[in-house]
Write a protein that binds this ligand. Structure first.
Ligand SMILES: Cc1cc2nc3c(=O)[nH]c(=O)nc-3n(C[C@H](O)[C@H](O)[C@H](O)COP(=O)(O)OP(=O)(O)OC[C@H]3O[C@@H](n4cnc5c(N)ncnc54)[C@H](O)[C@@H]3O)c2cc1C
Length: 306
């Protein structure tokens, strides 16, 4: 990375984020893409219905997209974003590796998380102790014991957040997969780490009463947070005041891919179905052009006033 203040920061390195990066960078603004191509929905897919590829592997397509974005001037940071916020005249982005970055404009292209645990009881107990969103439901578990399940940055961040509310916080994961900075914060905290363990059962009839692990351990709990992906649309939206659409699952945007916040755009699966590469790159193109134009306008206004 060459700096900490970018004209445009794009969250997500899937088809939407890559196309946004290409269109923004070609307009001569500074662009940083934060995200991991290997975590894109397209990475393990064979893309069979996109007009410009013939049964191409998603991995190959993402590699080509990234190379093109770099050629056009975009920079890349392969990390997860943990939080976004608003400063006086810019947006703030903090990554799981502890980087603190600023941007005139943001493009949210983080896709969707389809990850469920798939255990019996999970679906039935959603809203009755099982949750997929600490930012939404964390405060309901004041002074109660909870567990977070997951091994990535979303899970680690969720466990640390729950320390503000819960009487005890367990983190259950197979192999912890987070950057050094976050791992350090976790190990220094009071989170009880159950590494190398799998959950075999969610306990409880009408509401969650605990978890059973594969070594026979039983944890008595009031809440279970399933965090198997990175932080997604709803988490960020809730924190920054971005409006969701009528389903309350996706970011609401207009035809310019603008959200309700000035300078914040969204593109791809995060804006809702159909979950397709063609739609994602189309929206990414529009978001890239609009974000670059917004950032360039802000810079011009700054120069005229200064
Ligand atoms: C098995 C499978 C087969 C598919 N087949 C097809 C097909 O044939 N044709 C088709 O058109 N579509 C297909 N799709 C759908 C297609 O892959 C998606 O529509 C497309 O990848 C969406 O692009 P996106 O950029 O919006 O999100 P994604 O490609 O999911 O990319 C999201 C990006 O955001 C990043 N990210 C997430 N959270 C964070 C965070 N907190 N901080 C930083 N980065 C973050 C991820 O690391 C990733 O880089 C398939 C999907 C699957 C799962």
């Amino acid at each position: 990375m060459t700096g900490s203040f970018y004209d445009v920061i794009i969250l997500g390195a899937g088809p939407a984020g890559l196309q946004a990066a290409i269109h923004a960078a070609r307009r001569k603004v500074s662009v940083l893409v934060i995200g991991q191509p290997s975590k894109s929905s397209a990475y393990k897919a064979h893309i069979e219905n996109f007009c410009c590829t013939a049964n191409q592997s998603g991995k190959e397509m993402l590699e080509l997209g990234r190379a093109k974005a770099v050629e056009d001037g975009a920079e890349f940071l392969e990390q997860d974003v943990m939080s976004i916020g608003a400063g006086d005249d810019h947006y703030l982005v903090e990554t799981a590796g502890g980087e603190k970055l600023k941007a005139q404009s943001l493009i949210l292209a983080m896709g969707i998380s389809r990850n469920k645990l798939g255990l019996s009881g999970e679906k039935e107990l959603v809203g009755r102790g099982v949750s997929y969103c600490v930012d939404c439901d964390g405060p309901f578990f004041k002074n109660e014991p909870v567990a977070v399940i997951g091994s990535g940055s979303a899970a680690a961040g969720a466990a640390l957040t729950m320390l503000f509310y819960a009487s005890a916080v367990h983190l259950v994961c197979d192999t912890l997969d987070v950057d050094g900075y976050l791992s350090e914060k976790l190990h220094e905290s009071e989170v009880k780490l159950h590494e190398g363990r799998k959950v075999t059962r969610i306990l409880g009839e009408d509401a969650v009463s605990g978890l059973e692990l594969d070594d026979g351990t039983k944890l008595d709990l009031a809440g279970v947070f399933i965090e198997l992906g990175a932080k997604g649309a709803v988490d960020f939206a809730g924190r920054l005041g971005i409006l969701l659409d009528e389903t309350m699952k996706y970011i609401a945007v207009n035809r310019k891919q603008e959200t309700n916040l000035p300078g914040v755009y969204a593109a791809g699966d995060i804006c809702g179905p159909p979950w397709q590469v063609a739609k994602s790159v189309g929206e990414g193109c529009v978001a890239g052009i609009e974000a670059a134009s917004y950032a360039a306008g802000r810079k011009r206004a700054g120069r005229d006033n200064g």
